[in-house]
Design a protein around this ligand. Structure first.
Ligand code: 5BU
Length: 257
């Protein structure tokens, strides 16, 4: 499955945040996203600082950080600037457009003011994307639609996944790609971000399923590997993050042919 280099794909982008992401991927030789699944801001900032130089993208679940506050967001966005990565809040919005607009721009987290990307389910229909687009927030931001999930027994069907691709194709300036397990479209404008990646494990006791970076990128055609516990539970997160970065980059090089 041959692909265009990130630099060329950056040129095709009509979404400024996606263009920036592809430029960072090229510059840092990284298609690695860390899933920052820890519950204290001190630990989150410590990990983001250590591993940041290896990442193109940091994925957050802001609602699991027990002491999250405005200072945390300020520190995290400062680290993003310092280490040159973007931030993706894995919020998985799934309500009617008006509620999602409020959840995205209001409440304690004001996600639209700091996250470069957020994701959403298409389950409620396309009004959810209209709600996200209508929200106030960062000038440069993009939306990622969930096309598939990594967990055992999930209810995503082929037809549903195809509907998410159709939506993306209608809004390429807003929808920058997919959370998925394999390639959804050959259109090089769209990014395929994939969770369920681990070099040492095949899954967990709660339904997660893993494969390695080569499988995800070379065989399944994904672009960005999202890794959580594989890195954050390692004795040396920096060393292990570098292993994932190299594995992801090598797989990308292979996919270019
Ligand atoms: P892990 O520790 O590498 O299993 O973490 C995976 C992360 O990706 C975690 O934050 C999940 O919420 C997220 N995720 C996932 O695992 N599978 C999916 O299909 C989607 C998100 Br969508």
């Amino acid at each position: 499955m041959l692909r265009l280099p990130y630099a060329q794909r950056a040129e095709l982008q009509t979404n400024a945040a996606a263009k920036k992401l592809l430029q960072i991927m090229e510059a840092k030789q990284s298609n690695l996203s860390l899933s920052l699944d820890v519950t204290s801001k001190a630990e989150a900032l410590r990990l983001a600082d250590i591993v940041g130089p290896k990442l193109c993208l940091l994925k957050t679940h802001i609602d699991i950080i027990e002491d999250a506050d405005a200072a945390f967001i300020a520190d995290l966005t400062a680290l993003a600037k310092q280490h040159n990565f973007l931030i993706f809040e894995d919020r998985k919005f799934a309500d009617v457009g008006n509620t999602v607009k409020l959840q995205y721009e209001s409440g304690p987290f004001k996600i639209s003011s700091w996250a470069d990307f957020v994701n959403f389910h298409l389950l409620p229909g396309p009004g959810i994307l209209d709600g996200l687009i209508a929200a106030k927030g960062k000038a440069e931001r993009g939306f990622i639609v969930l096309s598939q999930m990594s967990s055992k027994g999930n209810l995503f069907t082929k037809d549903y996944s195809q509907a998410t691709v159709a939506l993306a194709e209608q809004h390429p300036e807003h929808v920058i790609g997919f959370i998925c397990q394999n390639k959804q479209t050959k259109d090089p404008r769209f990014l395929h971000l994939t969770p369920g990646v681990n070099l040492a494990s095949k899954g967990d006791a709660l339904g997660q399923q893993y494969r390695d970076p080569t499988q995800a990128i070379v065989k399944e055609g994904c672009d960005i590997i999202i890794v959580g516990r594989g890195i954050i539970e390692a004795d040396n997160p920096l060393t292990v993050a570098e292993e994932y970065r190299v594995a992801g980059w090598d797989a990308y090089q292979t996919s270019l042919g």
